[in-house]
Design a protein around this ligand. Structure first.
Ligand code: ATP
Length: 241
């Protein structure tokens, strides 16, 4: 008797066939992390991360301080090397890629800019080397306009407000044109009014540019306002909530 091959199954949904998995059957580009295993030196039980993030959607990762949220982002960015598991973007294996070749941008709470450079020079760091000057100026101007900062290109980063700095960092992300955006407490240093405005900008840019945005935040209101998909990191494992 010839055995029929089993239908491909979704290992995140465990026993479901791909066609029945609400994530796999969506058909849109997906960042997929499976059993990504890592332990810091001296850590007895390793983290084992499994999650998905879709394009045009913010995926939130919450958890207590020290639960491993930044460790997850460092693994996705390629700053740490896992001992097992996989990271795929639209079925492309990202693990062999060094950080600079990963299709990933990272935005932190603060200190994302070079303070001694102008806003425009900071944004320009997102451009490929060798971009002709006129083309670079056009793209920088467009990116600054898209984040609501027309006309501040020549201002030194050190003179910008916290919200303006995060907008400049997002403009640089626009020029990097990487499909995965990792946000590590990006609104924490902002006052309430500014945080709502920058948060809204992240929401709009994620949809407009089809980013797979992964947001690490302690703040339930940021998660509620942005996340289409939520995970909680508990005892080294990500639980969908
Ligand atoms: N380089 C390292 N060597 C050893 N242990 C580390 C290292 N980096 C982080 N850790 C430990 O790993 C655990 C997870 O740290 P991580 O920064 O990922 O947590 P987190 O959830 O992002 O915390 P927070 O919300 O406070 O930023 C912590 O116990 C931390 O002390």
């Amino acid at each position: 008797m010839t055995r029929r091959p089993l239908p491909p199954s979704c290992s995140l949904a465990r026993s479901w066939p791909l066609s029945a998995c609400p994530d796999c059957s969506k058909g849109s580009p997906m960042l997929r992390v499976e059993n990504l295993t890592f332990a810091h030196p001296g850590q007895a039980t390793p983290y084992v991360f499994s999650m998905v993030a879709h394009d045009g959607e913010v995926t939130a990762v919450s958890g207590a301080s020290g639960s491993g949220k930044s460790t997850l982002l460092d693994l996705l960015a390629g700053f740490l090397t896992p001992s097992g598991g996989s990271i795929e973007l639209d079925h492309r294996d990202l693990l062999p890629l060094p950080p600079e070749a990963r299709p990933v941008s990272l935005l932190l709470q603060s200190e994302s800019l070079f303070e001694h450079l102008s806003a425009a020079r900071n944004v320009a760091l997102g451009l490929p080397q060798g971009t002709p000057r006129a083309e670079a100026q056009r793209q920088i101007g467009e990116a600054l306009a898209e984040v609501g900062l027309e006309g501040i290109g020549e201002q030194l980063a050190s003179t910008l407000s916290g919200g303006q700095k995060q907008r400049v960092a997002l403009a640089r992300t626009l020029l990097r044109a990487r499909p995965v955006l990792l946000l590590d407490e990006p609104f924490s240093a902002l006052d309430d009014e500014t945080r709502v405005a920058v948060r809204e900008l992240v929401r709009v840019l994620t949809i407009r540019h089809s980013w797979h945005t992964i947001l690490v935040s302690h703040h339930a209101d940021d998660v509620e306002a942005l996340a289409g998909r939520k995970y909680l990191l508990v005892e080294g494992l990500l639980e969908a909530v």
